[in-house]
Design a protein around this ligand. Structure first.
Ligand SMILES: C[S@@+](CC[C@H](N)C(=O)[O-])C[C@H]1O[C@@H](n2cnc3c(N)ncnc32)[C@H](O)[C@@H]1O
Length: 227
């Protein structure tokens, strides 16, 4: 499942000239999650399930994190896989992304609604552009999640502002990233994030590497806002 995504990672949005879609089923936490991926120019990188999303789900499993009853907000949810898994595990989840990705996430939530209903409430979806409209969201979360959202250097200060706002009441951030040299993720983790957050990169080999390791590898880590 963990492939060569770093090498095909697009430098720009709007790269899919032809529109096509796929449905893939991912086995995560003992759950089968079917994700519709709608490749079109309008969705850009939000169309795919990226390796980091799978790493983050694997990280929760490996760490035996109990998400049941927790309040979670996911940033840059893309297809919604991570948030859907968290909700299937009993968390109260809000999945966010740019407005263009909202309908894809809603579709995937609907497709993964258990016959018996969601263990807590089903995930909700909202548009949230980093740095611009986070003030519409509360700061009362247990966890803030993000998979492969550290890839556009011009958005790093905006993303940091959003993380700080969401964590004012003590939420813990879990991020997973593929460390692409050309996208500056290393600088975000090594220099920008530690200015505001205590960083606990994962050192366990089962999440492949720590976030401070570089170059075409994925990792997941835990970050706490320094109050
Ligand atoms: C590489 S994709 C990762 C998608 C998903 N988390 C995954 O790992 O499969 C990056 C996501 O960040 C979102 N994104 C990019 N810039 C954003 C911004 N300024 N505000 C909110 N979301 C943004 C994109 O729409 C996209 O869904």
């Amino acid at each position: 499942m963990i492939g060569d995504a770093a090498h095909i990672f697009p430098a720009e949005d709007g790269l899919f000239e032809e529109t096509f879609s796929t449905d893939n089923t991912y086995r995560v936490h003992g759950l089968n999650i079917t994700i519709h991926q709608d490749y079109s120019a309008s969705l850009g990188v939000a169309a795919s399930v990226w390796d980091s999303a799978l790493h983050l789900c694997q990280f929760f499993e490996n760490e035996s994190l109990d998400l049941s009853g927790t309040r979670i907000i996911e940033l840059g949810g893309g297809t919604g896989l991570v948030g859907i898994v968290a909700a299937r595990l009993g968390a109260h989840v809000t999945i966010t992304d740019l407005p263009s990705a909202v309908s894809q996430i809603e579709r995937n939530i609907a497709a993964n609604t258990p016959f018996s209903g969601w263990p807590s409430d089903g995930p909700s979806v909202s548009a949230l552009a980093w740095g611009l409209d986070h003030s519409r969201f509360s700061s009362s979360w247990d966890f803030v999640l993000g998979a492969d959202i550290v890839y556009l250097p011009e958005t790093f200060p905006l993303l940091l502002d959003t993380l700080v706002h969401l964590c004012r009441d003590g939420a813990v951030v879990y991020l997973a990233s593929t460390m692409r040299r050309e996208h500056g993720a290393q600088d975000f983790y090594d220099h920008m994030l530690p200015q505001m957050f205590t960083v606990h990169p994962s050192s366990k080999p089962h999440v492949l590497c720590s976030v401070s390791e570089s170059i075409f590898t994925s990792g997941a880590g835990r970050f706490e806002y320094v109050l």
